[in-house]
Design a protein around this ligand. Structure first.
Ligand code: DGL
Length: 267
């Protein structure tokens, strides 16, 4: 008899985790997915740490009790760089976090000028700074905290794209030119940002490698729960803590990601 399909809980403050979800479903199309957005408290990047840790542990804890996942993907840098340890202490289920991809970015940079673009919280975290100390490999790493880019990415999926000038202003500090060398690699250290990738490429003052951690997270998933067995149907549910009705634009976007028609659910 074949094994039952695993249940994978994917968590983010909002819609950014969809960029990770997309890669996970390619790696394990047969799994049952529960996507949990803590949109009642979005954006996490502007919430003080002391408030955020208990919030994340409580929201994920409720979802674990309710959905009994086999594995939890914290598809949010702002949450992972702060709460992975308390989560692993509180719950037995395995967790995969999303943290800034500083090691591969620095390993591949030719100019040795790398920028890390994340929420203001993520770039200020000790976790992120320790990754730089350990893995900069001779690169000059610039931390760029953005207050608005995650909300602009949400706006894009909600059918309200931000004007070019506002996005360009958020990414401008990533681009450094010094002694004839230029930044050649930007780490997307917030899962929302790949939602804007086409626009980031278009608005960048020069071409760079944009490092999206999602494929590496999907590889980690198959390392931990194995590769896909063909032929099983996948289910995907979208749950939002606010319980707000979905806009028609977002409902259409979620359907395109493979969520079932009954997509609006309260946590
Ligand atoms: N998607 C989240 C991240 O990866 C953050 C967005 C936010 O809530 O500020 O950091």
């Amino acid at each position: 008899m074949s094994e039952p399909a695993p249940t994978v809980l994917v968590f983010d403050s909002g819609l950014g985790g969809l960029t990770v979800f997309r890669e996970l479903t390619k790696a394990r199309p047969d799994a049952n997915y529960v996507y949990l957005a803590d949109d009642a408290r979005f954006p996490y990047g502007e919430i003080p740490e002391a408030e955020l840790v208990p919030r994340i542990v409580a929201v994920i804890g409720d979802a674990i009790a309710k959905h009994k996942p086999d594995i939890v993907i914290v598809a949010c840098n702002t949450a992972s760089t702060l709460a992975l340890e308390p989560l692993r202490t509180a719950f037995k289920v395995p967790f995969i976090g999303t943290v800034p991809a500083i090691k591969p970015a620095c390993a591949n940079s030719k100019s040795k000028l790398v920028s890390v673009l994340g929420t203001r919280a993520t770039v200020s975290r000790e976790y992120t700074r320790s990754l730089i100390r350990e893995f900069a490999q001779g690169c000059e790493v610039k931390l760029v905290g953005s207050a608005h880019l995650a909300s602009q990415a949400e706006g894009q999926l909600q059918g309200e794209p931000a004007p070019d000038a506002r996005i360009a202003a958020e990414i401008a500090p990533c681009f450094v030119e010094t002694n004839g060398a230029r930044t050649d690699t930007v780490v997307l250290a917030c899962t929302h940002y790949p939602l804007l990738l086409d626009r980031l490429k278009k608005l960048a003052p020069w071409p760079v490698d944009w490092i999206d951690p999602a494929p590496a997270i999907a590889r980690r998933l198959t390392d931990l729960i194995g590769a896909s067995a063909a032929g099983r149907p996948r289910s995907a549910r979208f749950i939002a803590t606010s319980g707000r009705p979905l806009s028609p634009e977002l409902a259409a976007a979620l359907a395109a990601y493979g969520f079932s028609p009954q997509i609006a659910e309260n946590a």
